[in-house]
Design a protein around this ligand. Structure first.
Ligand SMILES: [Zn+2]
Ligand SMILES: [Zn+2]
Length: 399
């Protein structure tokens, strides 16, 4: 088993954190790794998220308990006992953790959905308002979006086609026939919560309030299922939606589209659709941050005699004046011809990197002409030129 991580590190808080800070940090982790958020991720991602989720629950379990925290602070993981002195291990199941979370934070509906990524995109602050009734949030969806450098340079509108769960219209997402075939839940007598005894780590018994398992906290049960969604309250639907992708995004960035994910079963908030960006390779350019690099392969006479060449840019073409005696490794920077920065003004540069083409196939006549050049006085590199070109070529790696 892997080395146990430090509980403070798991929650991302300082050793001196207050109970409130610890609670806040736990809530943040819980949102981040909440199973609902990962319902459409790959199996591996789901597994990783679940591990992190459990790890956070364990850390919170210890750090929120004054006694356990004191022992942990003094003796580390060893101080918490456990079989063979190997440290503490939280044995709550996912369901336990989820129900505990609901009790602690009053469900996840109050989180404002998708707020974890808001800071990434400079969005508004997250709303941490607590709600008393558990509210369900539908799963998030993810979608890969390929962008060309032109898309990134100018921003673009992408038409997305995907399938998601939406609330069934016939029952208004409730799952009950016509939206009203309900009766009061007998297990919790309509309260939505039940008390039950739970054994603690140290052999004691404590009363725990959790969400009613029979009505999932609703306080009512469906008497007749909606025939259109078979009582689920959701149906599959193909969506076509156009989203604007701002200029300057970077491959690997994610963008949440709020409310465009799945509807949860039997009512609640929609999840989000996360767009994952990747960049398509451009035939002419390579991206380096906000700069784009173009490799200009000059023919030998132009490099030697100078001239004007036309190069492609993201929005057309540009002309560059080549000085006589231009060496491979020479670089031109065209300011403002690169990419914009996300959420900021300013453009990168188009960096033109010069190489000189040495002919590979020559006719007999051409060979003779070049042969004649061999003995020319000025065709041999001087020591000074060697040093200069060496310096230049080193810069190629420092764009
Ligand atoms: Zn229905
Ligand atoms: Zn109930």
């Amino acid at each position: 088993m892997a080395e146990k991580r430090d509980y403070y590190e798991v929650l991302g808080v300082a050793k001196s954190a207050t109970a409130e800070e610890i609670k806040k940090a736990y809530r943040k982790k819980a949102i981040q790794y909440h199973p609902d958020k990962w319902s459409t991720a790959s199996e591996q991602e789901k597994k990783d998220a679940e591990e992190k989720f459990k790890e956070a629950a364990e850390a919170y379990d210890v750090l929120s308990d004054e006694n356990k925290r004191a022992r942990y602070d003094q003796f580390g993981h060893q101080g918490l006992g456990g079989p063979g002195g190997g440290g503490y291990s939280y044995n709550g199941s996912m369901d336990d953790i989820l129900s505990h979370l609901n009790d602690l934070f009053g469900g996840f509906g109050g989180f404002g959905g998708g707020s974890i990524f808001d800071s990434f995109f400079g969005g508004g602050g997250s709303s941490y308002g607590e709600s008393s009734a558990p509210r369900r949030v539908g799963g998030n969806l993810r979608m890969n979006v390929k962008l060309t450098l032109n898309d990134i340079a100018n921003g673009c509108d992408k038409k997305l086609k995907y399938t998601r769960y939406v609330a069934c219209q016939h029952c208004n997402g409730t799952g009950a026939k016509d939206g009203n075939a309900f009766s009061t839940c007998t297990t919790c007598k309509g309260k939505g919560r039940v008390m039950h005894a739970q054994r603690t780590m140290f052999g004691g018994v404590q009363q725990v309030i959790s969400t009613c398992p029979d009505c999932e906290g609703e306080g009512k049960r469906i008497t007749t299922k909606c025939p259109h969604c078979n009582g689920e309250g959701i149906v599959r639907k193909e969506e076509i939606t156009t989203v604007h992708i701002p200029a300057g995004v970077v491959g690997g960035m994610q963008m949440p589209i709020e409310g465009k994910g799945n509807a949860p079963r039997r009512g609640g908030e929609y999840g989000d659709l996360y767009l994952f960006f990747s960049e398509e390779k451009h035939p002419d350019f390579e991206r380096r941050g906000n700069d784009i690099v173009y490799n200009l392969l000059l023919d030998y006479p132009t490099a030697a005699l100078g001239g004007t060449v036309e190069i492609p840019t993201l929005d057309g073409t540009a002309k560059i004046k080549i000085e006589p005696g231009t060496q491979p490794g020479k670089r031109y920077g065209l300011r403002g011809k690169g990419l914009p920065t996300y959420n900021r003004h300013g453009l990168g540069s188009l960096v033109v990197n010069v190489s000189v083409y040495i002919p590979e196939k020559l006719s007999r006549d051409e060979k003779q002409r070049i042969e004649a050049m061999r003995d020319m006085n000025d065709i041999k590199p001087t020591a000074e030129a060697k040093a200069r070109v060496w310096e230049q070529s080193k810069n190629i790696f420092e764009i």
